[in-house]
Design a protein around this ligand. Structure first.
Ligand code: ADP
Length: 194
């Protein structure tokens, strides 16, 4: 069975997590952030250490590890009936993050729409990330070099997903607009296709 899925795609700091949390509060929508799944890992475990190693360098965790963790996590959520695939739509934030992950997930997700939180002004993103570092205690937000590396990783690895899913499914939204306007655009687009 493929899960009915909406993807949030955007550079670090573009507001994927903010939007995902809001959507996840709407009945029949289930928000899953891959970054949150990684951050919840015990850092004493092998996989927890891998996450610290890669993310602190601004790099993606290798695909095999990420996909295995994702499948196990979703399996667990279905098992405890937190995510109910027969009635819930999945809102994915931060995954898939490159074409290889998208290929691996092809059998798992039926992607209805991709919401691209677009922000061509990289300096604005860097400012947002710096502010977040102060509030959320994220080590990967802490230094300038890691932030810039993540932006490059996004450009090189994640942005090609826009072509992978194609213009019929992608909706670009100005990530610098007020959060309420971004929510409205996403909700309107979902209501159109539902
Ligand atoms: P942001 O989008 O602000 O960079 P996330 O919380 O989505 O933050 O991700 C934080 C880190 O977790 C990433 O830099 C990466 O190291 C790791 N990560 C998250 N999602 C994935 C993924 N799908 N594949 C590989 N690594 C991931």
């Amino acid at each position: 069975m493929q899960y009915r899925t909406y993807l949030l795609l955007g550079a670090p700091g573009s507001g994927k997590g903010t939007q995902g949390k809001i959507l996840g509060n709407i009945p029949r929508f289930f928000h899953l952030s891959m970054g949150d799944v990684f951050r919840a890992l015990d850092t004493r475990t092998v996989i927890g250490q891998k996450f610290v190693d890669y993310s602190s360098r601004g790099q993606l965790v290798p695909d095999e590890i990420t996909m295995e963790l994702l499948r196990a996590h979703i399996g667990h959520l279905v098992g405890i009936h937190a995510f109910k695939p027969d009635i819930d739509a999945l809102v994915l934030d931060g995954v898939p993050r490159n074409e290889r992950q998208a290929e691996i997930m092809r059998d798992m997700i039926d992607v209805h729409r991709v919401f691209h939180l677009s922000c061509p002004d990289r300096e604005q993103l860097v400012n947002r990330i710096r502010k977040r570092a102060l509030k959320e205690n994220r080590f990967d937000d802490a230094n300038e070099e890691t932030i810039r590396r993540r932006l490059v990783t996004y450009e090189e690895e994640s942005k090609p997903l826009l072509d992978f899913y194609g213009p019929e499914r992608v909706r670009s939204i100005n990530a610098l607009a007020a959060p309420i306007s971004v929510v409205k655009e996403i909700v309107d687009a979902i209501c159109e296709v539902k």
